[in-house]
Design a protein around this ligand. Structure first.
Ligand SMILES: [Cu+2]
Length: 547
C-alpha cells in the first residue's frame, strides 16, 4: 500500500473518518428527524424517535430473555409518547450496562404488510428539538422489555434474529475489530443515538493513573491512558449492514516511552532502542475502519472489513475490550503474543459467519506502529492471518488463530514471525446483580526456530458500582535484556489484582477510583537486574467511563 502521495493519503483518510463521525454525531444531536428509518430483509419501517424505558425488575425474565430483543419494540412503542429522558442506570456497572439496540429493525413492530412483502409502520412523530433520542436501558430493563408479550402485534417479530454489523446474531457478540465475545458480555455498550437511518454508539474509558514499579528497573510515573470508541452503522440494502468505527486513544500524551511496567517489552520510543520494562503508548488512531456484511441465510452472512488502522483476524479481542480485564488500566505482559496486532496500519479481512461459527482471513501490514504516535502509517499488506471463532452457547466465545507476520518489528528488519493463539472467553451472571467474566488465552510466537509461549488467565466480578479484577500471566520472553529476539528466553510471570468503584455523575457517565497490586515472578538469572525474584507494581487510578 505504498502510494505516491502518502502524506496526503494519510491526511485525507484521517480527516474523512473524523469528519464522518463528528458530523454524524452532530447531525444526530441537533436536527434529529422525526423518524428513524430501519430496514431489514422484507421489512421497512419508520419508528418513533423517542423512547423512554421504564425501570422495573423482573429478574425471572432477565436470564431467559437476555438476548431476545424482538419484543422490545412493543414496549418501546407503548412508552414512546412519554417525554424523552435518558434513563441510564449507572449504579450497577456491569448488570446495568445499556442495551445495545439491534440495528435491523427488530426494534420496530410491523403492522401492515405491503403488497411487495414490505411492511411500513409510520409512527407518530414527536420531535424534541435538541434532544437526540437515546435508548439506554440496563440489562434488567432490556430483559424485562424483551419479555413483554407482543400484544396486538398481528405480525409478530418472534423468530427474527437481531443483527450485528458482521452478521445476523446478537450485537453484543461483537468486540474489537472483527473478534467475538460471548453474547452474555456487556463490554461493548454505550449510549445509542438513532439518526437518519444510522445507529450511533459511543463508549470509552479515560484513566488518570499513578504508577509505581519497584526495584532498580522500576520507576514511578503519572499518565493518562484509555480508549474512546464511536461506531455508526446502518442497513444499506437487502440484508446488508455498513459499519464505520473510530477508536481514539489519549496514550500519546504519556510521551513516547510509555509507562513503567516490569517485564513488559515491545515497540520503541526512539526508533533505535527497544522498550523494556515499559508499556508503549498506543497511537492516537487505534482504529479507523469500515465493514460491510451481507446476510446470506437466516443465520449466516459474509463480510468484509478494512481498517487503517484496524485489527486483523488474530487472537482474542484486544485487552481493553475484554470484559475480564477491561477495568484494569494495566497492559498485559502477554500483549505481544496475543493481541498486539489490534493496531495494525492496514488491514483487509473477509469472513464467513455460519450461525455460531466464523471463519475469517486477513491480509495486513504486520509492522508494529513506530515511535510516532500521532500519525497514520502505511505499509504493504504482506502478512496473513486466519481465525476460526465459535460461540457454542451465549456465555462462551472460543477462537483459534494463526498468522504469518512479515517483518513486524521495527528494530529487527527482515525477521518474520509466525504466531498461534487460542482463547476462551466466558461471561454470565453468577447471582442476581453479580456479573462475572473470564478469559483463558494462549499465544505462541515463532521466530527463527524459537517457539515462545505466553499464557493469560483473567477474571472480573462486578456488583453494584464495584468491579474486582485479576490476571495471571506467564511468558517466555527473549527481549528483557534489550537484545530483541537473539537473547535467551526467560520464563517470567505476573499476578495482578485490583478493584474499582464507579459513581454515576450523569447519564452514561461515571467517575471511578481504583487500585491494583501486582507481583512479578523473575527467574534466578534475572534477579540481580530486578533486585529480587518478586518485584512488585502498584497503580492507583481515577477514571471517567462512558457506557
Ligand atoms: Cu496494544
Amino acid at each position: 500500500m505504498t502510494v505516491p502521495n502518502e502524506q496526503s493519503l494519510r491526511r485525507s483518510v484521517a480527516q474523512l473518518h473524523q469528519l464522518l463521525m463528528v458530523s454524524a454525531f452532530a447531525f444526530a444531536s441537533i436536527g434529529t428527524p422525526a423518524t428513524a428509518q430501519m430496514d431489514m430483509p422484507g421489512v421497512k419501517m419508520a419508528v418513533q424517535k423517542q423512547a423512554k424505558t421504564k425501570k422495573k425488575s423482573t429478574r425471572k425474565h432477565a436470564i431467559e430473555h437476555r438476548d431476545t430483543r424482538s419484543a422490545v419494540v412493543k414496549r418501546t412503542r407503548k412508552l414512546a409518547r412519554k417525554p424523552v429522558q435518558a434513563t441510564g442506570n449507572v449504579q450497577h456497572e456491569k448488570s446495568a450496562a445499556p442495551m445495545n439496540m439491534p440495528m435491523d429493525g427488530s426494534m420496530a413492530t410491523p403492522s401492515q404488510p405491503s403488497p411487495g412483502g414490505q411492511m411500513t409502520t409510520p409512527m407518530p412523530a414527536q420531535p424534541a428539538p435538541g434532544a437526540p433520542m437515546t435508548m439506554p436501558m440496563n440489562e434488567r430493563q432490556a430483559s424485562q422489555m424483551g419479555a413483554m408479550p407482543m400484544q396486538g402485534a398481528g405480525h409478530g417479530m418472534q423468530g427474527m434474529t437481531t443483527k450485528a454489523a458482521l452478521g445476523p446474531y446478537p450485537e453484543r457478540r461483537e468486540s474489537s475489530g472483527t473478534a467475538w465475545q460471548p453474547n452474555a458480555s456487556s463490554a461493548m455498550s454505550g449510549p445509542i443515538i438513532m439518526a437518519g437511518g444510522w445507529m450511533l454508539m459511543a463508549h470509552g474509558t479515560v484513566n488518570l493513573v499513578f504508577d509505581h514499579q519497584s526495584g532498580p528497573r522500576g520507576e514511578d510515573k503519572a499518565f493518562v491512558s484509555g480508549i474512546l470508541m464511536a461506531m455508526a452503522s446502518r442497513p444499506v440494502g437487502n440484508g446488508s449492514m455498513l459499519q464505520l468505527r473510530t477508536m481514539l486513544s489519549p496514550d500519546p500524551l504519556m510521551g513516547p516511552s510509555g509507562y513503567p511496567l516490569l517485564l513488559q517489552t515491545g515497540e520503541t520510543a526512539n526508533g533505535r532502542t527497544p522498550l523494556v520494562d515499559r508499556q508503549h503508548p498506543h497511537d492516537l488512531f487505534m482504529e479507523l475502519s469500515a465493514s460491510v456484511s451481507q446476510q446470506i441465510g437466516a443465520n449466516s452472512s459474509v463480510f468484509i472489513y478494512g481498517g487503517l488502522p484496524g485489527e486483523p483476524a488474530f487472537g482474542p479481542p484486544a485487552f481493553m475490550h475484554r470484559e475480564s480485564i477491561m477495568d484494569s488500566p494495566e497492559a498485559p505482559i502477554t500483549h505481544h503474543w496475543l493481541d498486539s496486532t489490534h493496531v495494525s496500519f492496514g488491514v483487509v479481512t473477509a469472513g464467513l459467519v455460519l450461525d455460531g461459527v466464523k471463519l475469517e482471513v486477513s491480509r495486513f501490514n504486520a509492522r508494529e506502529p513506530d515511535q510516532h504516535r500521532w500519525n497514520i502509517e502505511t505499509g504493504p499488506l504482506d502478512s496473513t492471518s486466519v481465525r476460526l471463532s465459535w460461540n457454542p452457547v451465549r456465555t462462551l466465545a472460543l477462537q483459534g488463530s494463526w498468522g504469518h507476520f512479515t517483518d513486524p518489528e521495527q528494530l529487527e528488519p527482515g525477521v518474520d514471525q509466525k504466531r498461534l493463539s487460542a482463547s476462551a472467553l466466558w461471561a454470565d451472571d453468577v447471582a442476581p446483580g453479580w456479573h462475572m467474566a473470564a478469559t483463558l488465552a494462549w499465544g505462541r510466537k515463532i521466530v527463527e526456530h524459537h517457539s515462545d509461549d505466553a499464557f493469560a488467565a483473567e477474571a472480573s466480578l462486578a456488583h453494584g458500582g464495584w468491579t474486582f479484577f485479576g490476571r495471571g500471566e506467564m511468558v517466555d520472553n527473549r527481549e528483557l535484556l534489550g537484545i530483541q529476539e537473539h537473547g535467551p528466553a526467560f520464563r517470567v510471570g505476573k499476578v495482578s489484582l485490583g478493584a474499582v468503584r464507579d459513581f454515576p455523575i450523569a447519564d452514561h457517565l461515571s467517575v471511578g477510583a481504583g487500585a491494583l497490586f501486582a507481583v512479578d515472578f523473575v527467574p534466578a538469572p534475572l534477579t540481580p537486574l530486578y533486585g529480587s525474584s518478586n518485584p512488585t507494581g502498584a497503580m492507583g487510578f481515577v477514571r471517567f467511563k462512558l457506557h
